[in-house]
Design a protein around this ligand. Structure first.
Ligand code: PAF
Length: 290
């Protein structure tokens, strides 16, 4: 496995890889969710690359940038064990050199949900992901369904800017009790870790109500909210029942709708979602060059 931190070095190494390239962008502190993306890329592409970069511009001033968990030696060992070919580990000044002033704003789909609670978050995500696409020129890029709105924003950005690649969305990986894997789970104290299953429980309750015939989006939101309210350590940021592409809130729900929630457990903010299709997992691809 080759690693690079300078952009020139990355480009030179990338150019030695012939055949198709899959990219797994990450902020490090890797878990089985990230590794599932790597494995999917390895199954579908001739070569697989990853980036490890805690992107400062997607964190708000009151967010957890300085305490975001990091463990580069462990991450590199995990990627090497998976057979990754190339890893980019840039420093912030490589990605954002002095006098950096060009930003990508994906307008409509960045606004609701996470966008409404995390000012500037998707501007940071879209900008860094566009830079990763330019740096690696991958044929496919792999993202988790866990960050459902991020996928919608990146897909829109890739389409609008004509990136000639395929966005591959992979199912959320969960613990046995349903908690979606996230690097931020590392913040949870033991009692908070137990309480954190409330996200999954709330989504399951809403899904069961839908399967039992409930089609009123307001009542499905209320079911999620009351499940969260019953958990003493949890505080709701939002619950949403929205269209999977527009992310606009629905009145009446059809199969294919996106149920998403954001909850604070103590000082830790967690998100999760179900795409109401076959189950809570879905794998989709989108070709940015279409
Ligand atoms: O999902 C993440 O880990 C990040 O938002 C990403 C896509 C690597 C951009 O920094």
């Amino acid at each position: 496995m080759k690693t690079a931190s300078a952009l020139r070095e990355l480009r030179d190494l990338r150019n030695t890889l012939k055949g198709t390239l899959g990219l797994v962008p990450t902020m490090g502190y890797l878990h089985e969710g990230h590794l599932s993306l790597v494995r999917r890329s390895k199954a579908e592409c001739d070569h697989t690359a990853a980036s490890i970069f805690v992107n400062p511009t997607q964190f708000g001033p009151s967010e957890d940038l300085s305490r975001y968990p990091r463990d580069m030696p462990r991450d590199l060992a995990l990627l090497e064990a998976e057979g990754v070919d190339l890893v980019w580990t840039p420093t912030p000044d490589v990605v954002y050199p002095p006098d950096f002033q060009t930003w990508i704003t994906v307008e409509k789909v960045s606004q609701p949900l996470e966008g409404a609670h995390r000012q500037g978050h998707f501007r940071g995500v879209a900008t860094v992901v566009a830079k990763l696409f330019n740096a690696f020129t991958p044929d496919r890029a792999y993202f988790g369904q866990k960050d459902a709105q991020q996928v919608v924003v990146i897909r829109q950005m890739a389409r609008d800017l004509n990136f000639p690649l395929e966005i591959v969305v992979c199912p959320t990986v969960r613990e046995d009790d349903g908690l979606a894997l996230s690097s931020r789970n590392a913040y949870l104290k033991p009692d908070e870790r137990k309480a954190a299953t409330v996200l999954y429980r709330a989504l399951i309750c809403a899904q069961e109500a839908f399967e039992a015939g409930e089609r009123d989006a307001g009542r499905l939101r209320a079911i999620m909210s009351s499940t969260i309210a019953a958990e003493p350590l949890a505080r709701e940021d939002y619950v949403s029942v929205a269209g999977p592409e527009t992310l606009a809130e629905l009145d009446s729900v059809e199969r294919g709708a996106l149920f998403s929630i954001a909850v604070r457990i103590g000082a830790t903010r967690l998100i999760d979602n179900f795409l109401l299709e076959t189950s809570n997992s879905k794998s989709q691809t989108f070709n940015g060059d279409e």
